[in-house]
Design a protein around this ligand. Sequence first.
Ligand SMILES: Nc1ncnc2c1ncn2[C@@H]1O[C@H](COP(=O)(O)OP(=O)(O)OP(=O)(O)O)[C@@H](O)[C@H]1O
Ligand SMILES: [Mg+2]
Length: 429
Amino acid sequence: MFAGAFLSLNNARQNAHAEVVSAEKLVLYLFDTAILNNPDLAQKKLASTGFHLQQLKHMRHLKIELIDSTGKVIDSNQTQDGKTFQNEAPAWFERLLNQLTSKWEPSVRKLEYHDVTLGEIVITPDPTYEYAEKWKQITDLLSLVLVFFVLVNLMVMWAVSQALKPTAKILDALNELENGNLAARLPAFKLPELSRIGEKFNRMVEKLQLSVLQNHKLTQQLITLQEEERKNLARELHDEFGQCLTAINTDASVISKVADKKYPELKESALAISQLSRHLIEMVSGLLQQLRPGILDELGLVPALLDLVDAWKMRHKNIQCDIKVSSVKEYLSEAISIAIYRLIQESLTNVARHAEASKVHIEVFSLSQLGKEGLQILVKDNGKGFNPASAGGFGLPGMRERVEGLGGSFSIKSDNGTEIQAWIPNKPY
Ligand SMILES: Nc1ncnc2c1ncn2[C@@H]1O[C@H](COP(=O)(O)OP(=O)(O)OP(=O)(O)O)[C@@H](O)[C@H]1O
Ligand SMILES: [Mg+2]
C-alpha cells in the first residue's frame, strides 16, 4: 500500500504539472494571437466591458486576472468567493505536491496601446483542482487496495483456520492423556501429514495403555503375594506362637496354684510368667490384627471396617471418628475387600500421624460410574492438610496402586483438611 501510495503520488505530481502547464500554454497562445496581434481590440475591450473573464471560470487550472494601470483588478475568472469547486484534498497533500513540484510562477502579458500601458493580464497557474482530482483518484485506489487487502487476509485466515482445525482435536486428545484417560484416540484426518500423526499417536497411546495395564497386573500380583505372605505369617503366629503362649499362661496359673500351697517362694515368679505371657498374647493379637484381620475373612468387609474403626477410636480418644457404610454387597472379592480395608487403615494411620485433626468421617457406598457398578470410599478429616504433589511416602502411592490396579480411580483433595476419594469397580477390567 505504501509503494502504491508513493507511485500514485509521483504520477499525480507529474500529471498535475503537465495538465496545468498545457492549460497555461493554451491560454497564453490564445491571448497572444487574439490580443497582442490586435491592440485595437484590447483597447475596445478594456474601454467597454472587459474581457468577460467570468466566462472562463471553469478554467480551474488557471487564475486569469485583468489589472488596470493603477494595479486594480478589473476582471477575473475567479468566482466571488474565490472557490470554483469543493476542494476535498487535505492541506498536507497539496503542500507535499507543491514541495515536489517546481514553483508556479505567474505569466504576465502587458496590454499596450500606442506605447501606453493600459494594464496587464496576469495568468497564475492554480493546480488546486488537479490536486483535488488526484487526491480523489488516489483515495479511491487506496480504498480499493484496502478492501482487497482485508478480503485477502480474511480469506487467508479462514483457509489457515480450516487447515489447522484438526490441531484442536490433537490438543484435546493430549489433554485427556495428561488427565490419565488412556482411552483417548484421534480420529482419521483427511490431510495426509496429520493423518500420519494421528495414526502414530493412537499406536503410541495403545502401547502406553498396554504397558500401564501390565504394570497394574504386576503390582496386583505383588500385592496379592504380600497379602498371602501376611496371611501365612498371621496363621503361623496364631497357631504356633499363640498356642504356645496360651499353654505357658495355663502352666503358669497351675504353678501359681500349686505354689500357693507348697512353694510360696515360687508364687511371685509364677505370677510374673503368667502376666508376661498375657502381655505377649495381647501383643500377638494386635500384630495379627495388623497383619491380617481375621474378621475380614470370617465376617466380611463391613464388620471388619467397624472393628477397625472401633479399635482406632480406642487408641485415639481425642479424635471424633464416624463411619457410614451403606448398600455394600455382602459378598465382595477378596482383592476388593482387602484393598478397601487397607485404604481406610492407612488413611486412619495418616490422620493420627500427620493431620492434627479433631474429626474424621469415613463413608463407603455403592456408586456406578461409566455404566460400571462399584464402591466409593471417602475419608475426610478436618486437619491441617498438605500438598499432595510434594508428599513423599509409601502409604498414599500404595493406596493409589491398589485402587488403580483394580481398574478404579483415586484422588486426594487437601486444603482445609484432607479428603481421600477412591472408586473401585466390582469387576476389575
Ligand atoms: N490426612 C493427612 N493430613 C495431613 N497430611 C497428610 C495426611 N495424609 C498424608 N499426609 C502427608 O502426606 C505425606 C505422605 O503420606 P504417606 O502415607 O504416603 O507417607 P507417610 O505416612 O509419611 O509414611 P508411610 O510410608 O509410613 O505411610 C505424609 O508424610 C504427610 O505429610
Ligand atoms: Mg502413611
